[in-house]
Design a protein around this ligand. Structure first.
Ligand code: B12
Length: 215
């Protein structure tokens, strides 16, 4: 059986080289070898970020970016049941409203955050990608959100996170807002009165801390 490092390398390279068969094969090997699905997804993420860098340098075209994303999604589909196996069998910790901000259609990261929050016991209300600020507010009110999260991958849409914090407060919704995505930093989160989260792996822990229900 292939060793863990070679499987992780295979996953990372499959996205970089746009090799869908290798991505599917790599995901299957990871499951068979008992490699942590979180580590497997981290490897895929390294691959797609490199594709993003090449795209920025005009070394790759947008069609290749789209194809790389679809390859990553295929592999995640296979790994998702493994991630969900760790789901805690207990009542939900709180209602979590999650979406990608208006104008931004990137949702791979958001979807991973959703899986990890659910595994951590949250009831996630996913309002999707390109979600209007008003939807963040109305959904938060509707479900009595204990916490909310907004993803933004682009510098052109990051300001919308500030709009969401302001709108939540004006509407009297007290839920803290977690923010993440490539365009977001700790400093930005502080500046707008939100809470930065760098990856899906730590999202549930931070969310529990923010709603005051544990570490
Ligand atoms: C894949 C991808 C796409 C895919 C998206 C597919 C999909 N279904 O999501 C497609 C091909 C559709 C796409 C389209 C575009 N893209 Co694009 N894309 C990317 C790429 C390469 C990877 C993003 C990704 O999936 N990463 C992997 C995931 C797992 O990581 P993640 O998103 O960062 O999420 C993790 C953490 O950040 C965190 N997190 C994220 N959100 C949240 C939220 C909360 C609440 C929490 C707690 C945590 C959290 O947890 C996640 C899991 O660990 C990035 C490059 C990059 N460095 O991000 C460019 C990138 C974001 N795209 C870019 C651009 C320019 C575009 C397009 C405009 C291209 C075009 N000309 O059409 C369009 C955007 C259209 C639009 N209106 O949104 C630029 C943005 C530049 C900028 N202005 O800031 C980037 C940075 C590439 C680049 N270097 O130029 N893209």
């Amino acid at each position: 059986m292939a060793d863990k490092q070679s499987i992780l390398n295979e996953l990372e390279n499959s996205v970089k080289t746009l090799d869908q068969a290798a991505a599917v094969e790599g995901a299957k090997k990871a499951i068979a070898a008992g490699v942590s699905p979180v580590e497997a997804i981290d490897a895929l993420s390294r691959g797609i970020r490199e594709v993003g860098e090449k795209f920025a340098k005009k070394e790759m075209f947008v069609v290749e970016l789209i194809y790389a994303a679809s390859i990553m999604e295929e592999a995640i589909k296979l790994l998702e049941p493994e991630l969900k196996k760790s789901r805690e069998k207990r009542h939900s910790t709180a209602n979590f409203v999650l979406g990608t901000v208006a104008g931004d259609i990137h949702d791979i990261g958001k979807n991973l955050v959703k899986i990890m929050l659910e595994a951590g016991g949250f009831e996630v209300h996913d309002i999707g990608k390109d979600a209007q600020t008003e939807t963040f507010i109305s959904k938060s009110k509707e479900v009595g959100a204990g916490i909310a999260g907004a993803s933004s991958l682009m510098t052109t849409t990051v300001d919308v996170q500030k709009e969401i914090v302001d709108a939540l407060r004006s509407a009297g919704v007290k839920a803290p807002l977690m923010v993440g995505g490539a365009a977001v930093s700790e400093e930005w989160a502080k500046e707008i009165g939100a809470h930065y989260c760098a990856d899906a792996g730590t999202a549930a822990e931070l969310a529990k801390h923010l709603i005051g229900k544990g570490a």
